[in-house]
Design a protein around this ligand. Structure first.
Ligand SMILES: Cc1cc2nc3c(=O)[nH]c(=O)nc-3n(C[C@H](O)[C@H](O)[C@H](O)COP(=O)(O)OP(=O)(O)OC[C@H]3O[C@@H](n4cnc5c(N)ncnc54)[C@H](O)[C@@H]3O)c2cc1C
Length: 402
């Protein structure tokens, strides 16, 4: 395994860092305060190629590997979680699923414009009554000849009012005995008749992002918009989470680094008892923990990205990265506030936003409890998918650039 970052990856990181510092940093506090995603964000991310970063060039993307996807996610969340969430849903939960499961026609029609950033995409699994227990969902899709009739409402959906396409999971086969085989996945266009949506306000964090609801009432979905076979919806959704969780974990690593940098800066400026607070050992302890968690998280990012590049099944490792890094980012943000004292408790500094933003990632894409169940399940031998090949295509530089 190679830990080095290539020249090309360094260039990508620089582009993302410059975008964050020069274009997003000046507007982020206001966007957070007003709970609105700034209208320039998605178009600029599209222009910079971020929305298609690891999609092969022949499908409109930039042709980078999955490690680069992780590094970009880290860099985006270093500035604000709302930027990384875009990456998680548009790329992690949607576009990579089209690459993995889509027919050639579906790739041409949906993946190409998404990778070019001409269209934005989201992911609809959660409902008002169902989150962790996916197989209990209420959404239905009834087959009628050459189309399905879709009904249901998805809740807590990132990019709800921004995206053009949603990957929607619904129950198609209630007669099957295994509830996991009753679900199917569909590509639904948000301007189709019967689709309505809106934003949710009053969230604790990710306030500069869009989170909302999407309702489908008797929406006609052509059979050719079914992703995979009937009954593969649960499997597809779980594969989406393998990719989305990677970006969430990688992003959380960026948030730890942001908390660390802010704490180091402040610890060098603030003086108490005749010396800068960085000289007090209990402040050093907080900073040391942030260093440790950043390095561990970053190593896990590189390992999971490498596994994805090889096409090795990584559900266990991705879950571990996501669980560890999101918990650690919340802890780092909390400690960063402590380092800042009362100033950390006000929005004069960024660390209070880091704390609010880090909290959601302990809930979405599998709560920490679900990840602990998974890890225990693997350790105890109740889950055994670790050695299987990954369904996400292994990265091949020649193919990705052809
Ligand atoms: C900001 C944000 C953005 C989101 N974006 C999206 C999106 O784009 N698309 C999407 O589909 N969803 C999205 N979600 C929804 C998210 O994925 C769900 O909130 C998450 O899966 C948890 O489901 P829930 O909220 O219904 O909690 P529940 O499943 O109701 O769980 C409630 C509590 O019970 C615990 N629990 C549940 N089952 C068990 C168990 N077996 N053992 C132990 N404890 C258990 C949970 O850990 C949790 O603490 C988003 C959520 C947020 C906050």
């Amino acid at each position: 395994m190679d830990f080095s970052i290539s020249k090309e990856q360094e260039q990508v990181i620089k582009v993302v860092r410059d975008f964050c510092r020069k274009e997003v940093a000046p507007i982020i506090k206001e966007a957070d305060r007003t709970q609105t995603m700034h209208p320039s964000i998605l178009p600029r991310m599209a222009e910079l190629g971020i929305l298609g970063i690891c999609i092969p060039e022949k499908y409109g993307g930039q042709g980078f590997d999955y490690v680069t996807l992780g590094l970009v996610s880290e860099e985006l969340e270093y500035l604000d979680t709302s930027l990384r969430v875009i990456m998680s849903v548009h790329m992690g939960l949607n576009s990579l699923a089209l690459l993995q499961w889509g027919t050639e026609e579906q790739k041409q029609k949906y993946l190409v414009p998404q990778a070019k950033g001409e269209k934005y995409a989201m992911f609809g699994l959660t409902e008002a009554g169902v989150g962790s227990d996916v197989s209990a969902m209420a959404s239905t899709a009834r087959r009628e000849g050459d189309h399905y009739v879709l009904n249901g409402e998805k809740m807590w959906i990132s990019l709800a009012t921004k995206a053009h396409n949603i990957l929607w999971v619904a129950r198609t086969n209630p007669e099957r005995s295994d509830p996991h085989e009753q679900l199917s996945a569909f590509i639904v266009e948000t301007d189709w008749p019967g689709v309505t949506r809106g934003d949710l306000h009053g969230k604790l964090g990710v306030r500069a992002g869009s989170t909302g609801w999407v309702n489908c009432q008797d929406v006609i979905v052509p059979v050719e918009n079914r992703l995979g076979e009937e009954g593969e919806g649960f499997k597809i959704a779980m594969s989406c989470l393998d990719n989305g969780r990677f970006t969430v974990g990688a992003g959380a690593v960026g948030l730890i680094r942001a908390a660390l940098d802010a704490s180091v800066r402040y610890a060098g400026l603030r003086k108490t008892f005749g010396k800068e607070i960085g000289k007090h050992q209990l402040v050093q302890q907080k900073i040391a923990r942030m260093v440790r968690d950043y390095e561990y998280g970053h190593l896990m990012l590189l390992k999971v990205g490498w596994m994805k590049n090889q096409g090795i099944r990584n559900t266990r490792e991705t879950s571990l990265l996501k669980w560890f890094a999101t918990d650690a980012s919340f802890e780092a943000a909390n400690e960063a506030i402590q380092v800042h004292g009362a100033y950390g408790y006000s929005d004069e500094y960024d660390v209070e936003r880091y704390l609010r933003n880090s909290r959601g990632a302990i809930i979405y894409e599998g709560t920490s409890e679900i990840h602990q169940l998974m890890q225990a399940g693997y350790a105890l031998g109740y889950r055994t998918d670790g050695a299987l090949r990954c369904e996400l295509p292994a990265y091949d530089e020649e193919i990705w650039h052809s």
